[in-house]
Design a binder for this molecule. Sequence first.
Ligand code: GLU
Length: 477
Amino acid sequence: MCGIVGYIGFNQASDFLLDGMAKLEYRGYDSAGIAVIGPENVIKIQKKVGRLANLEAIVKADPNEGTVGIGHTRWATHGRPSDMNSHPHASEDGKFAVVHNGIIENYMPLKEELIAKGYHFKSETDTEVVAHLLEDMYDGDFVGTVRRMLDRVDGAYALEIICADEPDKIICTKKENPLVIGLGKGENFVASDIPAIINYTRDTYILNDGELAIVTRDNVSVFDRKGNTIDKEVFHVNWNAEAAEKGGYEHFMLKEIHDQPKAVRDTFGTHISEDGKAAIFDELNWTADDVAAFNKILIVACGTAYHAGLVTKQYIENLARIPVSVEIASEYRYSNPLTDEKTLCIVISQSGETSDTLAALKEAKRLGAKSLAITNVVGSSISREADNTVYTWAGPEISVASTKAYTTQLVAGLLFAVYLGQLNGKMDPALGEEILCGVKNLPTLIHEIFEVDEDMKAFAKHYGFKSDAFFLGRAID
Ligand code: GLU
């Protein structure tokens, strides 16, 4: 998750960019940045880790003048939150600037290829490959180059790109991450989500996967991946700003329930081999000896994550036959724990900042345990403290009652259990394959549950539940 915005028109682009990013705050934030095409078509990038206010202060002190620009609020997936890892990312020659929401899954081989060609990477992000690829493939035709670049990247993305050679357009495209174009008069807007543009226009094009839009001041042309023109229908937004933040859902919990297919897909992402036979954790790269080095596993967590721990215990004990104990983090430190250097300590925390879990992790490490974090926030204190981290990709969860954060923790726990069972040979490979196939099918199955929403409402009504209370998991409101 993150927010991207773009502006092309007759006003200062930075005004809309900063305002639009503020409206996307609910999508998560760890840094923010803008790129604006200024005098003599030079692209000026300003970016800063932390809250949007940090960037606003920079732009106020040193205005970024120009009427075409793109902006990004980041929710890090690759590389910790830092000034350098913030978006936009630029090509080395300064011709292209890119903002990206999502994950470029094949960024590693692309990065190696580009480094071998002499390109220098400034950030640890997956996104930066896009900027260098554009420079590498550029033949003077901005649109054509973007199309050819897209043939080379795999993964999920909403992308906005500007080019100093063609300063009168923004190119944007999407796959599996949202992108909306706001249609104005003599100006047009791009954003991840409607709240960013609702104060400027209510006429929009909602881009579909694979569509590419060329946005100029007076026109928006949309094409499919082959270059055929698509006749987009204007979607007129009737929602108020508050409903728009929730994607049209009545409350965040409902929205986040509906986010689950994507969150689950993003979480198993690269952890299942292409042939579906193996769980892969490149970030761990453990051997059978690494697994044999511990004789027990301790899972420590609080609240919902503790419950994910209880389920993960079943996964690991069944598949890898290693004894697992699950402790509530706030109690662990005071329990004279039987933790030693033959223990693997797994901590689970959505935010990566749960203070009891962090303290328990430090204590387990002090006692000699090897540690692994399962968390949703790149660069969080727990991810920095643990020896290794497995990320869930749920995006920010606003609702207090957890949904997608919990389900993605279960997916991460299950895949890790399969990984352990593979490595120590205690799991029947056919069973592992069957589980991985099941995990891949989860997004479809979750969608199927949504299809019976109306039946469930009718069922709840029949039994006297208020429909909302039913969906909130409470028997009676
Ligand atoms: N993968 C990119 C990064 O880590 C984009 C993350 C986002 O969607 O904010 O920088």
